[in-house]
Ligand binder design. Structure first.
Ligand code: UDP
Ligand code: MG
Length: 314
């Protein structure tokens, strides 16, 4: 199969028929063999019956229905598991992404050899204050931390080589950082393409202000887990030791100065408390690292590595 189109959706019944018809037009015009996987993320409107109806008319449309709302990442993850196409395209269900971009997104993967291509909503039709400006800051932070040169990490419209989506796991709210997950999994050729963005035609946005707080926390998590997830002691142990030694150094200095230079009581000096604080924090950090190591030692994932190729072995 040439293409899988994965569409996470939450209460989008009004858009689905139009979206499905448009995708079908594009697929037929290009003669692709394809499937559309719609993941109903616990919608409370008629989305599921619309999906069943679409399916009864076009067998290329498939659906998965969650029992409750788990979030866009969970929906993408299930869609990725089910996808059977050589190239996988994700897009939002609200018709803000245009299916006309599909052929070019596919070409970049198949002909130019990209592992993944992210859409870039260069001209956005969203609220400037609540979406466009914060998202610029956000992308700058993600770009700096990940060293992936993308303008728009969180664009719903992306295309992937099938290998990529079968190697990564999207959970929590990590859908914002799929390019980073791909990079951690060893996929380096990540490109971007300017895509047409349209105003939301039906329904309302599903992400409010909390997206920025959660997005920021997730950014921290992803970097921490990516870098130190398998060796927490290298982070906590190092900083714990530094902090402890710093406190100990001050302490020794105070002791020496008390006995040899002046007689003021140790507890009268603010530095004394600072030294104690540094030693306590240091040992706490050290312990956190130690516990982290014990946990990762027991993780069933501890020896899962992604192997690209083997020779002479099966
Ligand atoms: N979505 C989802 N589960 C959720 C929230 C959103 O599957 O819990 C889907 C939503 O239906 C849409 C896509 O994710 O297809 C992007 O959401 P939205 O358009 O609300 O985000 P925005 O474009 O405002 O960033
Ligand atoms: Mg949208």
């Amino acid at each position: 199969m040439d293409l899988s189109v994965v569409i996470p959706l939450y209460n989008e019944d009004e858009s689905l028929p139009e979206l499905a018809a448009w995708i079908e037009r594009v697929m037929q015009a290009n003669g692709y063999s394809y499937e559309v996987i719609m993941i109903d993320d616990g919608s409370t409107d008629n989305s599921w019956s619309v999906i069943e109806d679409l399916r009864s008319r076009n067998a290329n449309i498939k659906g998965i229905k969650f029992q409750r709302n788990y979030g866009k990442s969970a929906a993408l993850n299930e869609g990725f598991k089910a996808a059977g196409g050589d190239v996988v395209i994700t897009m939002d269900a609200d018709m803000q992404d245009s299916p006309d971009e599909i052929p070019e997104l596919r070409r970049l993967i198949v002909e130019e050899g990209y592992d993944m291509v992210s859409g870039w909503k260069k001209k956005r039709y969203d609220n400037t204050l609540t979406k466009n400006i914060p998202s610029k800051l956000f992308n700058a932070a993600a770009r700096n931390m990940s060293k992936i040169k993308l303008h728009d990490f969180n664009c719903g419209l992306k295309s992937y080589n099938r290998k990529v989506i079968k190697s990564i796991e999207v959970y929590g709210e990590m859908h914002r950082y799929v390019p980073v997950l791909a990079k951690w999994a060893g996929f380096r050729k990540i490109g971007e393409k300017v895509v047409e963005h349209r105003a939301r035609k039906y329904g309302v946005t599903k992400f409010g202000w909390s997206r920025f707080i959660n997005g920021f926390l997730d950014l921290m998590t992803i970097f921490f887990v990516g870098k130190f997830g398998k060796r927490p002691m290298h982070f906590f142990g190092l900083w714990g030791t530094v902090c402890f030694l710093f406190g100990l150094g001050i302490f020794l200095y105070l002791t020496v100065s008390k006995f040899f230079f002046d007689a003021t009581g140790l507890t009268q000096r603010p530095l004394f408390f600072f030294a104690i604080l540094a030693m306590i924090i240091g040992s706490q950090l050290f312990l956190a690292g130690f516990i982290g190591e014990l946990i990762s030692r027991n993780s069933p994932e501890r020896n899962n590595y992604l192997i690209e190729k083997k020779t002479g072995l099966n």
